[in-house]
Design a protein around this ligand. Structure first.
Ligand code: CMC
Length: 434
């Protein structure tokens, strides 16, 4: 392949088969080769398992420079948003492209707050689940069922319905998540309180009970808000790509978000924060860290250091640094600075960062490394960790889904394959099969 001026020429050696392909530049980041005409002109597909070198869409929402450890939402660095902004503003930013004015923020807050309750009949839906069901299983089911409750916002060709569906999803996710938790405990569901902000309202629905007052700890509410900001969007990750792919067929937004939740559940993605905590508990004491580092490096052992490594970041995940700071703030406030799991995590991080294997493979702590410790200290059971990720990521999914629907180039997502199975053969009746 040779580079021309704004094009590359792809030529098959030993033949006259060649094609000139346009090169496209974004505002920042690597250029991309537009291969849409490749099959038509040359009769070949590209092969890219895991889409590691494939730009699946154009987007104006989030930019990541994995080599430098940079994450920007609509151009704003994640560190600045996490320190100076709040989740409502970041949600508005992701959805609309600009930070809101004070009036716009108030309006947006009110628009979302109007939708925080769920259809009362949805509460009976929960009762169909076993009490010991994993809350992510409940989330997939209940969010998928929203399209059965809100028919009036499932027409994706109507911009008003799309807006209403967006507000509904962002508003109802904390309510649905907290209900999943309350159901597992056998406690009554707590209705949303619209005078509270997004994070406070969620904590209240999670931890208050009708029989006594619940005081929202401002340090924990701030930490919750920051955790939501840090997870709000992450460009074309697995669950976002799932939402886009599901949406590309014209499926309604509730069904698309349910698909995203299902994808997020996996331990290589959103399930990692739960897996980190399980791993730290399994390691147990600082003196066993070297044994687990050794296992993580052993090719014949499936064990991986959870919370380490990232498909895109080959540097410290910028979200992990904010998360580490937040972790110390929360544990200090709760008087848990001597928490053994935190000490263990810090030791593990230090040893891994100095280890040749991790240095060579550029494996750094990711956003999930510290989040589990914070969430556990705040009182969340580990089965709820990925649910919190889903609550926060909903706005990112919605922003990306809206962008896709509005994109004139949008087509149904339909990858091709390199077929390695049998070629055509004739059916053999069962009695004559050897
Ligand atoms: N521990 C030990 N070795 C690792 C790890 C790890 N956590 N992560 C990657 N490697 C090794 C891997 O064995 C491979 O080695 P080799 O080249 O010798 O075969 C090399 O590093 C590259 O790994 P990969 O699996 O090809 O990389 P990937 O981009 O496909 O996977 C990942 C990225 C995040 C799935 C992976 O690093 C991983 O499984 N990490 C642990 C799970 C985790 O923390 N996930 C959360 C990601 S951040 C939040 C989110 O996206 O939801």
């Amino acid at each position: 392949m040779s580079k021309g001026d704004g094009t590359v020429t792809l030529a098959e050696s030993g033949t006259k088969n060649a094609v000139e392909l346009p090169v496209m530049s974004g505002t920042v980041g690597p250029r991309v080769i537009d291969i849409q005409k490749l099959y038509g002109d040359m009769g070949v597909f590209t092969y890219d398992p895991g889409f590691a070198a494939t730009a699946s869409c154009q987007s104006r929402i989030t930019y990541i420079d994995g080599e430098e450890g940079v994450l920007l939402h609509r151009g704003y660095p994640i560190e600045q948003l996490a320190e100076e902004s709040d989740f409502t503003e970041v949600s508005y930013l992701l959805l609309n492209g600009e930070l809101p004015t004070a009036a716009e923020k108030m309006q947006f807050q009110n628009d979302v707050a109007r939708h925080t309750m769920v259809h009362e009949q949805l509460t009976t839906f929960y009762r169909g689940f076993r009490r010991d069901a994993h809350p992510m299983a409940v989330m997939v089911g209940v969010v998928g069922a929203l399209s059965a409750f809100y028919h009036d916002s499932t027409d994706i060709n109507d911009p008003h319905q799309r807006t209403v569906a967006s507000f509904r999803m962002i508003a109802k996710m904390p309510t649905i998540a907290a209900m999943a938790y309350k159901y597992s405990l056998g406690q009554p569901f707590i209705y949303p309180q619209n005078h509270l902000n997004y994070a406070e309202n969620f904590l209240n629905m999670m931890f208050s009970v009708p029989c006594e007052p619940y005081r929202i700890n401002p340090v924990l509410a701030k930490a919750m808000d920051r955790i939501f900001i840090l997870h709000a969007d992450h460009e074309q990750n697995a669950s976002t790509s799932t939402v886009r792919l599901a949406g590309s067929s014209g499926a309604n937004p509730f069904a698309c978000i349910a698909a995203g939740i299902a994808c997020l559940w996996g331990p290589a993605h959103g399930g990692a924060n739960e897996a980190v905590l399980k791993m730290l508990e399994e390691i147990g004491t600082v003196d066993r860290v070297p044994e687990y580092i050794k296992r993580a490096k052993d090719k014949n052992d499936p064990f991986r250091l959870m919370g380490f490594g990232h498909r895109v970041y080959k540097n410290y995940d910028p979200r992990a640094k904010v998360m580490q700071r937040t972790c110390h703030e929360v544990l200090d406030d709760l008087g848990l600075h001597d928490e053994p799991l935190l000490k263990l995590a810090m030791k593990l991080e230090r040893i891994a960062l100095e280890d040749e294997y991790f240095i060579e493979k550029k494996l750094y702590p990711n956003v999930d490394f510290y989040s589990g410790i914070i969430l556990r200290a705040m009182g969340f059971p580990s089965s709820m960790f990925t649910v919190l990720f889903a609550v926060a990521r909903t706005v990112g999914w919605i922003a990306q889904w809206n962008e896709m629907i509005a994109d004139p180039q949008q087509r149904i997502g339909r990858p091709r394959q390199l077929y390695l199975g049998p070629t055509r053969r004739d059916y053999v009746p069962i009695g004559t099969r050897g």
